[in-house]
Design a protein around this ligand. Structure first.
Ligand SMILES: [Zn+2]
Length: 600
């Protein structure tokens, strides 16, 4: 039987012996006659040979196994260490080859050398290769539940840090710089590779215990003394920009302090930080909704209202302002030119961010939580040596999440900080729990990492030993100050007349099913009605036929389009969204009938 051969899904010919052909092909690739990125495999469902050369396939390296033995030997590794050979030499010699997911289908890959059997074709370089770059930075991650690993990775990307050494010259939006970033005590092998970019948190002393209930539901308690000494202190930057636009007819915006005669003038107070040139002064403090750059736009000729014609054409204020809740010191002002050749002003605001209630923190094991309480150092528990924890973490967060890696990092961090060394927490290959326990014991501590702590409220010993150690904590970019928002009245959407959504649009707070249940459970029915009355409207319903009645304000009468003027037309208070639904149904040719039941 002959087998069809395809290159990138294009038929090229037949071969008699598919296996022999594939073997010869691979042999030539290992010798360098065929490029290393060309893959070949036998498609068992279609009984054809496929050769793949296209870009976009993901290749990964594997050690070639021949006659039950991996081609990579100890000699190779020694030579690599001494720098006598390079990775590329291993590729050239056919010891390591790159396979894509399709070719992998035909292979039999062993994870460890001792797993190699007769039919094994390749050996994995290391069990660590299943981790991504970010995941490989989590210490003892092989002890964590896999879903927690994915969650542990995200905080590392959101952590406050020094993301770039030239952050002073950059105009990024929404950036936080940590005052005192540290390297972690417990590290993995990949830390050495990404060392320059991996000071994203601080090593803190954590006690795993409950304290007065303020660390309920993943919340953490922080020591005020630590915060005062600069723990997790950071600076927040936000950038703004405005252009001096040109319009048709030679008209142009003007960057200046607007005078009260312009349309949409904001009041003298809002312009108080502007210098003569209409641009805010460096190092002045700007409050929310104050002007950063004053700009006047020429009157627009399209969309004129009768009012504007009557009052004459006026210039319009189109200044750049801070948003609601946005404040800070002016850190930098740059006057430059945009791509279109217009004058461009860029402003950077700086705001000091000291940890406050509601700010988000996380360890690298997917255990995130908000700051629930800031406690004076005198009200924090202490150990017999006088050590006061920086953070109190609830033990209730451990059993359900199965983050054993977190407990191990606490232990390893304790050993590391007591012994003045870094601990290797590389998954599978790092320091073992037994070794760490032994070392802790030799340092004069209990081997399980627990200690006697004293109750700050009574001065007594806690009856149980408290697990306390050092761990790498991250401050995440979600801060209470950026999210705080409330509203009494404000803008509504045009279509549904319901309040707008989102902080930037001064939106209403969402009150949905679960919140509804809470009020219902308390029997607060009138309050509940009020909650849903944000788009109240009155409609008229004909009780005879159930259709919407027409309110004629000009002739001052109400009538049913079907039954005409009748006595039985009632006023009903409904939400405007419901009225909209009725009207949309009518527009579809559906006749909604309302059956009124109860009146009061
Ligand atoms: Zn009717």
């Amino acid at each position: 039987m002959a087998y069809e051969v395809y290159i990138d899904n294009i038929f090229v010919g037949y071969v008699d012996d598919a296996n022999k052909f594939i073997e010869e092909f691979k042999e030539k690739r290992r010798k360098g006659i065929i490029p290393y990125f060309v893959n070949i495999y036998f498609d068992e469902t279609r009984n054809v040979v496929e050769i793949l050369t296209r870009k976009g396939r993901i290749l990964r390296p594997l050690i070639v196994v021949k006659d039950g033995k991996p081609l990579l030997t100890k000699e190779h590794i020694e030579k690599l260490k001494r720098g006598e050979i390079k990775w590329s030499d291993l590729e050239k010699e056919g010891i390591i080859e790159w396979v894509d997911p399709a070719e992998e289908e035909n292979l039999n890959v062993a994870l460890y050398p001792e797993d190699i059997k007769e039919d094994t074709t390749h050996l994995e370089l290391s069990s660590l290769v299943i981790f991504s770059i970010a995941t490989s930075l989590v210490p003892f991650s092989n002890r964590n539940q896999s879903a927690r690993l994915n969650r542990g990775v995200r905080p590392q990307r959101q952590a406050h840090a020094i993301y770039s050494l030239n952050f002073h010259n950059r105009f990024d939006t929404d950036i936080s710089i940590l005052y005192y970033p540290q390297y972690p005590i417990t590290r993995t092998f990949s830390f050495n590779i990404f060392k320059d970019d991996y000071a994203i948190g601080q090593n803190v002393i954590v006690a795993v215990m409950t304290q007065e209930g303020y660390n309920i539901e993943d919340a953490i308690i922080m020591n005020k003394g630590s915060i005062d000494r600069g723990l997790f202190r950071s600076v927040y930057f936000r950038s703004y920009e405005i252009e001096r636009l040109r319009y048709s007819g030679g008209l142009q915006d003007e960057i200046t302090i607007p005078d009260p005669s312009v349309e949409l003038y904001r009041g003298k107070d809002k312009y108080k930080n502007l210098e003569e040139d209409g641009i805010v002064a460096v190092e002045s403090f700007v409050n929310p909704e104050e002007v950063l750059v004053g700009r006047i736009s020429p009157p627009r000729f399209i969309g004129l209202t009768s009012e504007s014609i009557a009052t004459g054409l006026r210039k319009k204020d189109s200044s750049l302002t801070t948003g609601s809740g946005e404040e800070g010191w002016v850190d930098r002002v740059v006057i430059t030119e945009s791509n279109d050749g217009n004058l461009l002003v860029r402003i950077k605001l700086r705001d000091l961010r000291i940890p406050e209630l509601g700010d988000k923190f996380s360890v690298r094991h997917g255990q995130k939580g908000v700051l629930g309480m800031i406690v004076d150092p005198s009200d924090m528990p202490w150990s017999s040596s006088g050590l006061v924890p920086d953070i109190i973490f609830s033990p209730a967060g451990i059993p359900s999440r199965e983050t054993v890696g977190l407990l191990l990092e606490l232990l390893a961090g304790k050993v590391g900080s007591l012994n003045g060394r870094y601990v290797d927490g590389t998954p599978w290959y790092g320091e073992s729990e037994e070794e760490l326990r032994k070392e802790l014991l030799s340092l004069g501590f209990r081997e399980d990492g627990t200690e006697t702590l004293y109750n700050p409220l009574t001065g007594d010993e806690f009856k149980v030993k408290i697990f306390i150690g050092s761990i790498y904590y991250l401050r995440l970019k979600h801060m209470a100050k950026n999210k705080l928002q409330a509203r009494a009245t404000g803008p509504v959407t045009l279509l549904t007349r319901q309040p707008t959504e989102g902080k930037s649009k001064k939106g209403g707070l969402k009150f949905s099913e679960m919140e509804h249940e809470v009020l219902a459970a308390h029997g607060a029915s009138i309050l509940l009605r009020e909650m849903y009355s944000s788009d109240d409207t009155t409609i008229y319903v004909c009780e005879k036929c159930g259709s919407l009645a027409v309110e004629d304000n000009i002739r001052n009468r109400v009538y049913c389009p079907i039954c005409g003027e009748t006595e039985k037309i009632s006023k009903v208070k409904v939400s405007y969204a419901f009225n909209l639904l009725l009207n949309e149904l009518i527009s579809l040719g559906i006749w909604p009938k309302l059956k009124l039941d109860y009146k009061f």
